[in-house]
Design a protein around this ligand. Structure first.
Ligand SMILES: [Zn+2]
Length: 343
């Protein structure tokens, strides 16, 4: 069988059902507890899978139904982090958040998502992609009172992430993605040690690996920040040359409705590129033609076999109805381009 061109996938998250956690907000608290919570999360995972299948999405994610937040949930499973006493820090130099404190050596005591991945693996034969937070973004989402060095702490996180990633791979995950929105802010650190640390996180993996770098969820603080970035967003230009030389297979980037110049994709030519063709910062559902137009432009800089249509970022803060519409638009838009390429 010929390999499917333009396989679609979401970046990671989908909205949760209201009976599991109040929708349309981040760090939304669970409404269930104990065994009911475990079962509720699995039911939500089943629904998330079903919605992706119905929309015709090709690479399946868990929709992040079992985690409260894309970074915090992973950190909760590490020892050495105090969640009781918290500090306010500025995340990505942008907005204040109450975060846990690193008080001792961070060690992954047990697996975090491996049971969830095994559960999802049993439900579908389609390829599955699993998102983990990137080490630099983790460092940026807590207060360090132990290592007193962002780089040292990042290396410790990379070790924990690598252990988790190897187990996810063994559980049958096809693509492991690291979410590194911090890469779009701390360029010098990315080039000094951030990319090396990420290479540590993917060390020894035989499955495909991805890095997702975006301009954040469609929340007010991010939308305000984007207004300060000028008419062209050239952040990727600072870090793509380093990524180009790395062992990462796939680069996931924000594109649709953003001011990222398309030609920056040329800097990662040869890598697979998950092109964001769905804007997660608006409730307006893209038409298939709009999605297709974004993909068509991306094809000037990405070879067809390397183009992976996707969303700009996670859809956790959206309503379920809007997210469903956007999933379908993504598939329909990719289908238009597949037909064009087949001619
Ligand atoms: Zn993102």
């Amino acid at each position: 069988m010929k390999k499917l061109l333009l396989p679609t996938s979401i970046v990671g998250s989908l909205p949760k059902p209201a009976w599991l956690a109040p929708p349309e907000k981040l760090w939304s608290p669970w409404k269930l507890e104990g065994d009911q919570l475990v079962e509720g999360k699995q039911d939500a995972l089943r629904i998330s899978l079903q919605e992706q299948l119905l929309a015709g999405v090709d690479i399946i994610c868990d929709g992040e139904q079992t985690r409260q937040h894309f970074v915090t949930t992973f950190i909760e499973h590490l020892s050495g982090v105090d969640f009781e006493n918290r500090k306010i820090v500025k995340i990505r130099d942008r907005y204040d958040a109450s975060v846990p404190i690193v008080v001792d050596q961070v060690i992954r005591q047990k697996s975090v998502f491996v049971d969830d991945a095994k559960f999802l693996r049993k439900q579908t034969n389609k390829p599955i992609k699993w998102a983990l937070p990137g080490p630099m973004t983790m460092v940026d989402t807590l207060y360090d009172d132990h290592y007193k060095s962002r780089e040292k702490l990042a290396w410790e996180f990379a070790k924990a992430l690598n252990e988790e990633a190897r187990e996810l791979q063994d559980a049958g995950v096809d693509i492991i993605q690291f979410d590194e929105p911090a890469f779009n802010v701390f360029f010098d650190e990315v080039n000094d040690w951030g990319m090396a640390v990420l290479e540590k996180a993917i060390e020894g993996l035989k499955c495909q690996t991805a890095v997702h770098i975006c301009y954040g969820y469609g929340i007010q603080a991010n939308n305000d920040w984007k207004k300060t970035l000028g008419s062209e967003w050239r952040q990727y230009e600072e870090i793509f040359p380093k990524i180009q030389k790395s062992n990462i297979d796939i680069v996931s980037l924000e594109c649709h409705n953003s001011r990222v110049p398309y030609d920056l994709m040329e800097l990662v030519r040869g890598k697979k590129v998950m092109v964001g063709a769905i804007d997660v910062a608006t409730n307006t559902i893209e038409t298939p033609e709009e999605v297709a137009a974004t993909l068509r432009k991306a094809l000037e800089f990405v070879d067809p076999e390397n183009l992976y249509p996707s969303t700009n970022c996670g859809m956790a803060p959206l309503s379920r109805k809007v997210a469903r519409g956007k999933l379908s638009a993504l598939s329909a838009g990719a289908a238009i381009i597949r037909n064009e390429l087949a001619i």
